[in-house]
Design a protein around this ligand. Structure first.
Ligand SMILES: Cc1cc2nc3c(=O)[nH]c(=O)nc-3n(C[C@H](O)[C@H](O)[C@H](O)COP(=O)(O)OP(=O)(O)OC[C@H]3O[C@@H](n4cnc5c(N)ncnc54)[C@H](O)[C@@H]3O)c2cc1C
Length: 381
C-alpha cells in the first residue's frame, strides 16, 4: 500500500520519514503509559515545537515552518503511529482546530500574543464550541458575553472540549446578541483566568486526551480578545470546518494503513490448524477487503485534499471523505481486532485501543448524520 501518491512529492515523503523517526523515538514508547494513566503528556508540546511540528503550515515570521496544508496533511496521517488516539487528539486540537482561527482571523497583536507562543510549544490551545445543550446544532449555544466597559463578561458552560483542563487559552464561541443564532455568535479568546474552571470527563477511548467541561462564571474578557468580526462567529466556524474534517479523514487514512500492515503481519505469523491465518481463505479475503477499504479511503481523501490545496471549495468532497473514512476506519479496526482473536481484546495489544479510539470519528467534528445532511443539501435533495 504505497502512499507516494499525488499530491505528495519527495519533499513530503522526506518530512514523513522525519516525523516517523521522531514519533517512533520520542512518543510511541510512552503511549501505553499515558493511556494507562489517562494522562495527557504536556511535555510533548515543547518537544514537537523543537522539531517544528507545531507550526508546519504557519509563517516563519511567527516561528512556523512556512509550509502549507500538505505538510500538515503528512503530520495528520503519521500521528496514528503514536499508538494513542488521545495523544494525537490533544496535539491535533492544538494545531488543527484551536490555532487556525487565530491564524486566519487574528489581529497582528493576537498573532504575537497567542499564535507565536502556541507554535513555540509554550502555550496550549483549545476550541470551545460544544455545550451541554448544543452540539450539532451550534446555533443553539447559550454561553453569553455581555458588553461591559473595556470588554465582555462571559457566563456559560462548554463540554467535551479537547485540552479542556490544560489549555492556556480557549477559542470560545459565545452569544453576543440576545437571540444568538447565525448572526449573533462571536468568538473570544478566553485566557484561563478567574472564573474559568474545568472538570475532566472519562470516556470509551482517547484515554490520554483531556476532554473536559469548562464553566465560565463572570469571566472578564478584554476588548482586544475578540477574534474576527463581532456577531459573525459563524464565518469563523465555517472557515475551518473543511480543514478540521480533512484532518480527521487524513488521520483515519494513516490509522487504517498502519492497522492493515500490522494485522497482515500478524496473520502471516500466527498459525491455526497447521497454517498461517492468512493461509485460510476467509482471513485472506477479509484482509483483501480491508486493503481495498483503506485504499478507497485514501483515494477519496487525497482527492478532497488536492482540491482543497488548489483553492477550490470542495464541500462535497471533504464531507464525503469525512463521512466515508470515519465509519470505514472503525469497521476496519473492529475487523483487525477480530483477526487478532483473544489477543485483540487485551489492553496490552495495540488493536484494542485502536478500535476504541476509532469510535469517536463518526461523532466528532460533525457527526455522520450531519455529514449526510450537508450532502443532502449539496446534492440538491
Ligand atoms: C472525545 C470528544 C472530543 C471533542 N472535542 C471537542 C472540542 O475540542 N471542541 C468542541 O467544541 N467540541 C468537541 N467535541 C464535541 C463534538 O463535536 C460533538 O459531540 C458533536 O458535534 C455532536 O454533538 P452532540 O454530542 O451534542 O450530539 P447531538 O448534536 O445532540 O446529536 C445526538 C445525535 O443526534 C444526531 N443528530 C443531531 N442532529 C441531527 C439531525 N439534524 N438529523 C439527524 N440526526 C441528527 C447526531 O448525529 C447524534 O447521533 C468533542 C466530542 C468528543 C466525544
Amino acid at each position: 500500500m504505497t502512499h507516494l501518491t499525488p499530491p505528495f512529492t519527495d519533499e513530503h515523503e522526506e518530512l514523513r520519514e522525519s516525523i516517523r523517526g521522531f514519533i517512533d523515538r520520542e512518543l510511541a514508547p510512552h503511549a501505553q503509559q499515558w493511556e494507562d494513566e489517562c494522562r495527557f503528556p504536556d511535555e510533548v508540546f515543547p518537544k514537537l515545537a523543537a522539531q517544528g511540528l507545531l507550526g508546519l503550515k504557519y509563517p516563519t515570521e511567527l516561528g512556523g515552518q512556512g509550509g502549507d496544508y500538505l505538510h500538515e496533511a503528512v503530520m495528520c496521517e503519521e500521528m496514528a503511529r503514536i499508538g494513542s488516539g488521545g495523544t494525537a487528539a490533544g496535539i491535533g486540537a492544538h494545531i488543527n482546530i484551536a490555532t487556525p482561527p487565530i491564524w486566519k482571523f487574528g489581529s497582528d497583536e493576537q498573532l504575537q500574543r497567542y499564535l507565536a507562543p502556541a507554535i513555540r510549544g509554550e502555550s496550549i490551545g483549545a476550541l470551545g464550541i460544544t455545550e451541554p445543550g448544543a452540539g450539532s446544532d451550534v446555533a443553539g449555544l447559550r454561553t453569553s458575553a455581555e458588553r461591559v466597559d473595556g470588554g465582555w463578561v462571559v457566563n456559560g458552560e462548554k463540554t467535551y472540549i479537547t485540552n479542556g483542563v490544560r489549555a492556556h487559552f480557549i477559542v470560545t464561541a459565545v452569544k453576543t446578541t440576545r437571540e444568538g443564532g447565525h448572526h449573533g455568535i462571536s468568538f473570544l479568546i478566553v485566557d484561563r483566568t478567574e472564573g474559568v474552571s474545568s472538570a475532566k470527563l472519562d470516556k470509551l477511548g482517547w484515554h490520554a486526551s483531556d476532554t473536559a467541561t469548562i464553566a465560565f462564571e463572570d469571566v472578564f474578557v478584554p476588548e482586544e480578545n475578540l477574534l474576527g468580526e463581532l456577531h459573525e462567529g459563524f464565518k469563523l466556524i465555517m472557515a475551518n470546518f473543511q480543514w478540521e474534517r480533512l484532518a480527521m479523514a487524513l488521520g483515519a487514512v494513516g490509522a487504517m494503513r498502519l492497522a492493515w500492515e500490522r494485522t497482515a503481519e500478524f496473520a502471516r505469523e500466527r498459525s491455526a490448524f497447521g497454517r498461517p491465518l492468512s493461509g485460510h481463505q476467509v482471513i485472506r479475503h477479509r484482509l483483501a477487503d480491508l486493503a481495498a477499504s483503506a485504499y478507497s479511503a485514501q483515494c477519496v481523501t487525497y482527492d478532497a485534499l488536492r482540491r482543497f490545496v488548489a483553492g477550490e471549495d470542495p464541500l462535497r468532497e471533504v464531507t464525503m471523505a469525512k463521512l466515508l473514512t470515519q465509519r470505514a476506519s472503525f469497521e476496519l479496526m473492529d475487523a483487525c481486532l477480530q483477526i487478532h482473536g483473544g489477543a485483540g481484546y487485551m489492553r496490552e495489544v495495540w488493536v484494542e485501543r485502536a478500535a476504541r479510539d476509532a469510535r469517536l470519528g463518526p461523532i466528532g467534528g460533525g457527526s455522520d448524520e450531519i455529514m449526510r445532511e450537508i450532502l443532502g443539501r449539496v446534492l440538491g435533495l
